[in-house]
Design a binder for this molecule. Structure first.
Ligand SMILES: [Zn+2]
Length: 130
């Protein structure tokens, strides 16, 4: 990332948002502002405003993080293999700006069987009524 882009993000994001999205951080379970959030609308990337997830696909996984079983469109996020912490997991990043969002697991509900476990700090919710 360029220096000016980094400065821009530091101004735009609070320290937790910056840590999670730029340093692949994870917010503590049950602390994020969107864990129990149930309004209708779209969850956007906190860094670049790309629409990532819809409230339609949000569900209560009990994990302590906002969970979705489908990204808004399959091509708005991409996954890469994360082998940190001694286990292989699939990291989810914003396809547009590479911000770290969370991880995807294969124990979600049908029809996808996927659980996108996403940090609230990576998301910016826009109500569909706005
Ligand atoms: Zn982004």
């Amino acid at each position: 990332m360029s220096k000016s882009k980094d400065n821009e993000l530091r101004q735009k994001l609070d320290s937790e948002q910056y840590r999670v999205t730029q340093n692949s951080g994870t917010e503590p379970a049950f602390t994020g502002k969107y864990v129990d959030h149930k309004s209708d609308g779209t969850y956007r990337c906190v860094c670049c405003d790309a629409a990532l997830f819809s409230s339609e696909h949000k569900y209560d996984s009990g994990s302590g993080w906002p969970s979705f079983w489908l990204p808004l469109a399959g091509d708005t996020v991409r996954t890469k293999t994360d082998e940190s912490r001694g286990m292989e997991r699939s990291e989810v990043v914003c396809k547009n700006c590479d911000a770290h969002l969370g991880h995807v697991f294969e124990d979600g509900p049908q029809p996808t069987g996927l659980r996108y476990c996403i940090n609230s700090a990576s998301l910016d919710f826009k109500d569909s009524a706005e």
